[in-house]
Design a binder for this molecule. Structure first.
Ligand code: C5P
Length: 258
Protein backbone atom coordinates (compact mmCIF):
# COMPACT_ATOMS: atom_id res chain seq x y z
CA UNK A 1 0.00 0.00 0.00
CA UNK A 2 1.36 3.43 -0.95
CA UNK A 3 1.33 6.16 1.67
CA UNK A 4 -0.14 9.32 0.10
CA UNK A 5 2.71 11.57 -1.00
CA UNK A 6 1.23 14.75 0.43
CA UNK A 7 1.55 13.51 4.02
CA UNK A 8 5.25 14.15 4.10
CA UNK A 9 7.63 15.69 1.60
CA UNK A 10 9.82 12.59 1.84
CA UNK A 11 6.89 10.47 0.64
CA UNK A 12 6.95 12.27 -2.70
CA UNK A 13 9.79 9.93 -3.66
CA UNK A 14 8.76 6.47 -4.87
CA UNK A 15 8.13 4.13 -1.96
CA UNK A 16 11.20 1.94 -1.43
CA UNK A 17 9.04 -0.81 0.08
CA UNK A 18 9.87 -3.41 -2.53
CA UNK A 19 13.61 -2.86 -2.16
CA UNK A 20 13.92 -1.91 1.46
CA UNK A 21 11.22 -3.12 3.83
CA UNK A 22 13.19 -1.79 6.81
CA UNK A 23 13.09 1.77 5.49
CA UNK A 24 9.37 1.37 4.79
CA UNK A 25 8.89 0.11 8.36
CA UNK A 26 10.70 3.20 9.66
CA UNK A 27 8.35 5.46 7.67
CA UNK A 28 5.33 3.73 9.18
CA UNK A 29 6.23 3.78 12.87
CA UNK A 30 5.07 6.73 14.99
CA UNK A 31 6.59 7.03 18.47
CA UNK A 32 4.23 8.53 21.07
CA UNK A 33 6.16 11.05 23.19
CA UNK A 34 3.91 10.69 26.24
CA UNK A 35 6.22 12.44 28.71
CA UNK A 36 5.64 15.49 30.94
CA UNK A 37 8.43 17.84 29.81
CA UNK A 38 9.97 19.14 26.60
CA UNK A 39 13.38 18.05 27.88
CA UNK A 40 12.31 14.43 28.25
CA UNK A 41 10.63 14.52 24.83
CA UNK A 42 13.71 15.92 23.11
CA UNK A 43 15.96 13.44 24.93
CA UNK A 44 13.83 10.66 23.45
CA UNK A 45 13.97 12.22 19.98
CA UNK A 46 17.77 12.38 20.30
CA UNK A 47 17.93 8.71 21.18
CA UNK A 48 15.48 7.57 18.50
CA UNK A 49 16.01 9.82 15.49
CA UNK A 50 18.60 7.59 13.84
CA UNK A 51 15.78 5.24 12.84
CA UNK A 52 12.47 6.94 13.75
CA UNK A 53 10.82 9.39 11.34
CA UNK A 54 7.56 10.25 13.12
CA UNK A 55 6.83 11.51 16.63
CA UNK A 56 3.42 11.93 18.24
CA UNK A 57 2.81 14.82 20.60
CA UNK A 58 -0.28 14.26 22.71
CA UNK A 59 -2.21 15.84 25.53
CA UNK A 60 0.36 15.34 28.30
CA UNK A 61 3.31 16.91 26.52
CA UNK A 62 1.40 19.61 24.63
CA UNK A 63 -0.43 20.78 27.76
CA UNK A 64 2.83 20.98 29.71
CA UNK A 65 5.18 22.36 27.08
CA UNK A 66 2.94 24.20 24.57
CA UNK A 67 3.32 24.53 20.80
CA UNK A 68 7.03 25.45 21.05
CA UNK A 69 7.84 21.80 21.78
CA UNK A 70 7.00 21.03 18.14
CA UNK A 71 9.58 23.40 16.68
CA UNK A 72 12.81 21.48 17.38
CA UNK A 73 11.24 18.20 16.25
CA UNK A 74 10.01 19.71 12.96
CA UNK A 75 13.26 21.65 12.49
CA UNK A 76 15.20 18.37 12.47
CA UNK A 77 13.09 17.20 9.54
CA UNK A 78 10.85 14.80 11.47
CA UNK A 79 7.13 14.48 10.93
CA UNK A 80 4.77 15.29 13.79
CA UNK A 81 1.40 13.80 14.62
CA UNK A 82 -0.42 16.23 16.92
CA UNK A 83 -2.84 14.02 18.86
CA UNK A 84 -5.16 16.40 20.74
CA UNK A 85 -8.38 14.55 19.85
CA UNK A 86 -10.60 17.62 19.38
CA UNK A 87 -14.24 17.17 20.38
CA UNK A 88 -16.38 20.34 20.61
CA UNK A 89 -18.97 22.26 18.62
CA UNK A 90 -18.24 22.51 14.88
CA UNK A 91 -17.15 26.17 14.93
CA UNK A 92 -14.72 25.62 17.80
CA UNK A 93 -13.21 22.48 16.27
CA UNK A 94 -12.83 24.17 12.86
CA UNK A 95 -10.86 26.96 14.56
CA UNK A 96 -8.74 24.50 16.53
CA UNK A 97 -7.95 22.55 13.36
CA UNK A 98 -6.86 25.75 11.59
CA UNK A 99 -4.66 26.68 14.57
CA UNK A 100 -3.11 23.21 14.67
CA UNK A 101 -2.46 23.27 10.91
CA UNK A 102 -0.61 26.58 11.29
CA UNK A 103 1.89 24.80 13.59
CA UNK A 104 3.19 22.81 10.60
CA UNK A 105 2.24 19.32 11.82
CA UNK A 106 1.60 16.48 9.36
CA UNK A 107 -1.30 14.70 11.13
CA UNK A 108 -3.90 15.65 13.75
CA UNK A 109 -6.84 13.98 15.45
CA UNK A 110 -10.43 14.72 16.34
CA UNK A 111 -13.09 12.44 17.83
CA UNK A 112 -15.44 10.91 15.26
CA UNK A 113 -18.12 10.84 17.97
CA UNK A 114 -18.26 14.67 17.69
CA UNK A 115 -20.67 13.93 14.84
CA UNK A 116 -20.93 14.58 11.09
CA UNK A 117 -21.33 18.36 11.34
CA UNK A 118 -18.19 18.67 13.47
CA UNK A 119 -16.21 16.42 11.12
CA UNK A 120 -17.38 18.29 8.02
CA UNK A 121 -16.49 21.65 9.60
CA UNK A 122 -12.99 20.37 10.41
CA UNK A 123 -12.56 19.00 6.89
CA UNK A 124 -13.67 22.32 5.36
CA UNK A 125 -11.36 24.27 7.66
CA UNK A 126 -8.36 22.74 5.87
CA UNK A 127 -9.64 23.30 2.34
CA UNK A 128 -7.43 25.61 0.32
CA UNK A 129 -4.30 25.06 2.43
CA UNK A 130 -1.26 24.30 0.31
CA UNK A 131 -0.06 21.33 2.38
CA UNK A 132 -2.90 20.42 4.74
CA UNK A 133 -2.18 17.97 7.55
CA UNK A 134 -3.90 14.61 7.44
CA UNK A 135 -7.07 14.72 9.55
CA UNK A 136 -7.65 11.53 11.51
CA UNK A 137 -10.97 10.71 13.11
CA UNK A 138 -10.57 8.65 16.27
CA UNK A 139 -13.22 5.94 16.23
CA UNK A 140 -13.26 4.03 19.54
CA UNK A 141 -10.29 4.39 21.90
CA UNK A 142 -8.14 1.28 22.10
CA UNK A 143 -8.55 1.37 25.89
CA UNK A 144 -12.34 0.84 25.57
CA UNK A 145 -13.63 -2.72 25.89
CA UNK A 146 -17.27 -3.83 25.93
CA UNK A 147 -17.69 -2.86 29.61
CA UNK A 148 -16.49 0.69 28.95
CA UNK A 149 -18.63 1.03 25.81
CA UNK A 150 -21.74 -0.14 27.66
CA UNK A 151 -20.97 2.20 30.57
CA UNK A 152 -21.20 5.24 28.27
CA UNK A 153 -24.62 4.10 27.07
CA UNK A 154 -23.74 2.51 23.76
CA UNK A 155 -25.71 -0.61 22.88
CA UNK A 156 -23.13 -1.95 20.42
CA UNK A 157 -19.92 -3.96 20.26
CA UNK A 158 -16.69 -1.95 19.87
CA UNK A 159 -16.39 -3.30 16.30
CA UNK A 160 -19.93 -2.20 15.37
CA UNK A 161 -19.34 1.25 16.88
CA UNK A 162 -16.07 1.64 14.94
CA UNK A 163 -17.88 0.73 11.72
CA UNK A 164 -20.70 3.17 12.35
CA UNK A 165 -18.30 6.03 13.12
CA UNK A 166 -16.09 5.25 10.13
CA UNK A 167 -19.05 5.28 7.72
CA UNK A 168 -20.16 8.57 9.24
CA UNK A 169 -16.65 10.02 8.88
CA UNK A 170 -16.33 8.93 5.25
CA UNK A 171 -19.66 10.63 4.56
CA UNK A 172 -18.26 13.85 6.08
CA UNK A 173 -15.21 13.77 3.76
CA UNK A 174 -12.70 12.28 6.23
CA UNK A 175 -10.27 9.71 4.79
CA UNK A 176 -8.07 9.07 7.83
CA UNK A 177 -9.00 7.11 10.94
CA UNK A 178 -7.57 5.86 14.20
CA UNK A 179 -8.87 2.47 15.32
CA UNK A 180 -7.61 -0.57 17.19
CA UNK A 181 -5.73 -3.35 15.40
CA UNK A 182 -8.77 -5.53 15.86
CA UNK A 183 -10.92 -3.40 13.55
CA UNK A 184 -8.34 -2.36 10.99
CA UNK A 185 -9.19 -5.07 8.44
CA UNK A 186 -12.88 -4.11 8.45
CA UNK A 187 -12.02 -0.44 8.21
CA UNK A 188 -9.56 -1.01 5.35
CA UNK A 189 -12.27 -2.88 3.42
CA UNK A 190 -14.75 -0.08 4.15
CA UNK A 191 -12.51 2.93 3.49
CA UNK A 192 -10.42 1.59 0.59
CA UNK A 193 -6.70 1.48 -0.17
CA UNK A 194 -6.14 5.25 -0.10
CA UNK A 195 -7.44 5.78 3.46
CA UNK A 196 -4.81 6.53 6.10
CA UNK A 197 -5.33 4.11 8.99
CA UNK A 198 -3.28 4.89 12.09
CA UNK A 199 -3.24 2.14 14.68
CA UNK A 200 -2.36 2.40 18.39
CA UNK A 201 -2.80 -0.47 20.85
CA UNK A 202 0.40 -2.09 19.51
CA UNK A 203 2.19 -4.51 21.81
CA UNK A 204 5.13 -6.68 20.73
CA UNK A 205 4.75 -10.26 21.97
CA UNK A 206 5.41 -10.37 25.73
CA UNK A 207 5.20 -6.56 26.26
CA UNK A 208 3.30 -5.06 29.20
CA UNK A 209 -0.26 -4.29 28.10
CA UNK A 210 -1.01 -1.49 30.62
CA UNK A 211 -4.41 0.20 30.14
CA UNK A 212 -4.79 -0.90 26.51
CA UNK A 213 -7.50 -3.47 25.76
CA UNK A 214 -7.91 -4.06 22.01
CA UNK A 215 -4.31 -4.82 21.07
CA UNK A 216 -2.15 -6.69 18.52
CA UNK A 217 1.50 -7.17 17.61
CA UNK A 218 3.18 -4.84 15.09
CA UNK A 219 3.28 -7.58 12.43
CA UNK A 220 -0.40 -8.45 12.88
CA UNK A 221 -1.53 -4.83 12.68
CA UNK A 222 0.36 -4.31 9.41
CA UNK A 223 -0.96 -7.55 7.92
CA UNK A 224 -4.52 -6.41 8.73
CA UNK A 225 -4.03 -3.21 6.70
CA UNK A 226 -2.55 -0.54 8.98
CA UNK A 227 -0.88 2.43 7.27
CA UNK A 228 0.98 3.55 10.41
CA UNK A 229 1.54 2.07 13.87
CA UNK A 230 1.61 4.22 17.01
CA UNK A 231 3.80 2.86 19.78
CA UNK A 232 4.39 4.58 23.10
CA UNK A 233 5.41 2.81 26.30
CA UNK A 234 6.91 -0.34 24.70
CA UNK A 235 9.55 2.06 23.29
CA UNK A 236 9.64 5.04 25.64
CA UNK A 237 9.73 2.99 28.85
CA UNK A 238 12.15 0.36 27.57
CA UNK A 239 15.59 0.14 29.20
CA UNK A 240 16.98 1.10 25.78
CA UNK A 241 14.33 2.90 23.67
CA UNK A 242 16.45 2.77 20.49
CA UNK A 243 16.86 -1.01 20.80
CA UNK A 244 13.11 -1.41 21.38
CA UNK A 245 12.31 0.72 18.30
CA UNK A 246 14.81 -1.28 16.21
CA UNK A 247 13.19 -4.57 17.25
CA UNK A 248 9.70 -3.29 16.37
CA UNK A 249 10.92 -1.97 13.00
CA UNK A 250 12.53 -5.33 12.22
CA UNK A 251 9.27 -7.13 13.03
CA UNK A 252 7.39 -4.63 10.82
CA UNK A 253 9.90 -5.06 7.99
CA UNK A 254 9.50 -8.84 8.07
CA UNK A 255 5.72 -8.47 7.84
CA UNK A 256 6.04 -5.95 4.98
CA UNK A 257 8.45 -8.21 3.09
CA UNK A 258 6.03 -11.16 3.15
O1 C5P B 1 1.92 3.66 25.39
P1 C5P B 1 0.98 3.21 24.32
O2 C5P B 1 1.67 2.44 23.20
O3 C5P B 1 -0.23 2.50 24.86
O4 C5P B 1 0.48 4.59 23.65
C1 C5P B 1 -0.53 4.64 22.70
C2 C5P B 1 -0.71 6.07 22.27
O5 C5P B 1 -1.75 6.12 21.30
C3 C5P B 1 -1.08 7.03 23.39
O6 C5P B 1 -0.38 8.24 23.14
C4 C5P B 1 -2.58 7.24 23.22
O7 C5P B 1 -2.96 8.54 23.57
C5 C5P B 1 -2.76 7.03 21.72
N1 C5P B 1 -4.10 6.55 21.30
C6 C5P B 1 -4.64 5.37 21.75
N2 C5P B 1 -5.89 4.96 21.33
C7 C5P B 1 -6.57 5.72 20.46
C8 C5P B 1 -6.01 6.90 19.99
C9 C5P B 1 -4.75 7.29 20.44
O8 C5P B 1 -4.00 4.65 22.52
N3 C5P B 1 -7.73 5.31 20.01
Amino acid sequence: MQIPARLNPTFSKPSPAENDPLEEARRRLIVALDVPTAKEALDLVNRLERTCRWFKVGLELFTAAGPSVLEPILARGHSVFLDLKFHDIPNTVAGAVRSAASLGVQMMTLHASGGPAMLAAAHQALEGLEAPPQLLAVTVLTSMDQTQITAVGLDRTPAAQVELLAKMGLGAGINGFVCSPQEVATLRALAGPEAVLVIPGIRPAGATVGDQKRIATPADALRQGASYLVVGRPITQAADPADAADAIQKEMAEALAQ
